[in-house]
Design a protein around this ligand. Structure first.
Ligand code: URQ
Ligand code: ZN
Ligand code: ZN
Length: 482
């Protein structure tokens, strides 16, 4: 049975117009006024609201096994919270242990994700290297719709990649038409600074940002960009948190390099004063990597987002409750890294982005949905209100208000980094796969309704890069025999 979204104003990344939207069989059929729809079509009221593409969060970690525990949010509760917040798709991460087959890890995560209630896809992390990793990357691209591979430059003695792995894997990505993505922090420097701080007897959460100062991100960001540039590969930097890294991206893009940057809602709103909180648990609840930064970095990130030098927003939703964080009571390096956000991303970005004039509504759609769909080659199936696109829609009431709190959020974590924030503008209805799943404060989903989304290889960037490579192909010097 179809749905007719009536009376709203459609906001896409590139235009805004008063239009109704008719959906059927999970797809958008038509957009416009006076639409011809079958009698008895269910109507969804959108007067006074904006009708936008459902949010896509390119960075989540549902039920991630990490630092001796498992993230408290699983794929069912996490995608439920996402839908309530207007996000209709997540891209999560398969993170093989070093020496673990990528295919084996991929099958494990696919099993975990079957209980999802919203659409999902996976970046696959390359955490070690040999020919079998290269082969598995090929299988994942060719047979499983993976077109992005993650590399952690941090987390020494765990999942950290040294430069040789980056060079091998970025090169393999180019052969396959996949995009390498990186967590850019110099893991050797972090490890050194962590040991130094512990020796100085600084063991609390206040040491966390001291062990990962902005230059630690700036160096790694620059290194990843240079490695990719030398190889001719694109590169996508996740959770850019500093002016250092966003400047490196801006410089590379200004010189024609295919570099993309993602910024977290948390890094756009929160600064490093949280680590000075006298309450240990509150300070520890904010321990994530990269850490929250001094205010000047936050302003630089907004400017980069406004200027288009950062293209996507995410949350890095990776939940650990108080008793899990307490593992690091006497040693900050043992506090599981991660914070939540999948339910609040759109709301806080509307409040601090659109309501303040930093972002237009079209910019908002671009950075919460469309740009991610384009970079990871799902557009216009995802990230668009247009005929043929998936019927993933958020109906936004710009006048609705609420106060964000862990007491009322759906996320399976006992803390909210946006606690107490009064916001104006809310997702009042969410349509996923053409079904009205969130409305009137009620979530109506069945476990397992979420779909795995294949992302074809050869994202748009590759046509450009292949032409360049052909133009600049090296030529041997012809020498006459002496
Ligand atoms: O580094 C990441 O993105 C994962 C392990 C989540 N934790 C975090 O602190 N960001
Ligand atoms: Zn990360
Ligand atoms: Zn992450």
């Amino acid at each position: 049975m179809g749905l007719l979204v009536k009376g709203g104003t459609v906001v896409n990344h590139d235009h805004t117009n008063r239009a109704d939207v008719y959906c059927d069989n999970g797809k958008i059929i038509s957009v416009g006024t006076d639409l011809d729809v079958p009698p008895g079509t269910e109507e969804v009221e959108a007067h006074g609201c904006y009708v936008m593409p459902g949010g896509i969060d390119p960075h989540t970690h549902m039920q991630l096994p990490f630092m001796g525990t498992v993230a408290s949010e699983d794929f069912y509760t996490g995608t439920s919270a996402a839908l309530v917040g207007g996000t209709t798709m997540i891209i999560d991460f398969v993170i093989p242990s070093p020496q673990q087959s990528l295919m084996e890890a991929y099958e494990t995560w696919r099993g975990w994700a079957e209980k999802s209630v919203a659409d999902y896809s996976f970046h696959v992390a390359v955490t070690w290297w040999d020919e079998s990793v290269s082969a598995d990357m090929g299988t994942l691209v060719k047979d499983h719709g993976v077109n992005s591979f993650k590399h952690f430059m941090a987390y020494k003695n765990a999942i950290m990649c040294a430069d040789d792995v980056l060079v091998n894997s970025f090169s393999r990505c180019m052969e396959l038409g996949a995009i390498p993505t990186v967590h850019a922090e110099n893991g050797e420097l972090v490890f050194h600074l962590q040991q130094k701080l512990l020796k100085q007897g600084i063991t609390g959460p206040e040491a966390h940002p001291l062990s990962r100062p902005p230059m630690v991100e700036g160096e790694a960001a620059n290194r990843a960009i240079r490695i990719a540039g030398t190889l001719g590969a694109p590169v996508y930097l996740v959770h850019v948190s500093t002016k250092d890294a966003s400047d490196a991206i801006t410089y590379a893009r200004a010189n024609g390099q295919q570099v993309y940057g993602e910024v977290l809602a948390g890094h756009l709103l929160i600064d490093d004063s949280v680590y000075q909180n006298k309450d240990w648990a509150t300070a520890a609840a904010h321990v994530m990597s990269p850490p929250f930064r001094p205010p000047e970095h936050r302003e630089a990130l907004w400017k980069s987002l406004q200027s288009g030098n950062l293209q996507t927003t995410a949350t890095d939703h990776c939940c650990f409750c108080a008793e899990q964080k307490a593992a690091g009571k006497d040693d900050f390096t043992k506090i599981p890294n991660g914070t939540a956000g999948v339910e609040d991303r759109l709301t806080v970005l509307w409040d601090q982005g659109v309501n303040t004039g930093r972002l237009s509504m079209n910019d908002f759609v671009a950075v919460t949905s469309t740009n991610t769909a384009k970079i990871f080659n799902m557009y216009p199936r995802k990230g668009s209100i247009s005929p043929g696109a998936d019927a993933d829609i958020v109906i936004w009431d710009p006048k609705a208000t609420k106060t964000i709190s862990a007491k009322t959020h759906l996320q399976n974590i006992d803390f909210n980094i946006f606690e107490g924030m009064n916001v104006t503008g809310l997702p009042v209805k969410t349509i996923s796969q053409g079904e009205l799943v969130w409305s009137d404060g009620k979530l109506n989903v069945t476990k397992g309704r979420g779909r795995y989304i294949n992302r074809p290889s050869y994202p748009p960037v590759y046509e450009i890069l292949q032409k360049r490579q052909a133009l600049n192909a090296p030529k041997a010097v012809e020498r006459t025999a002496q």
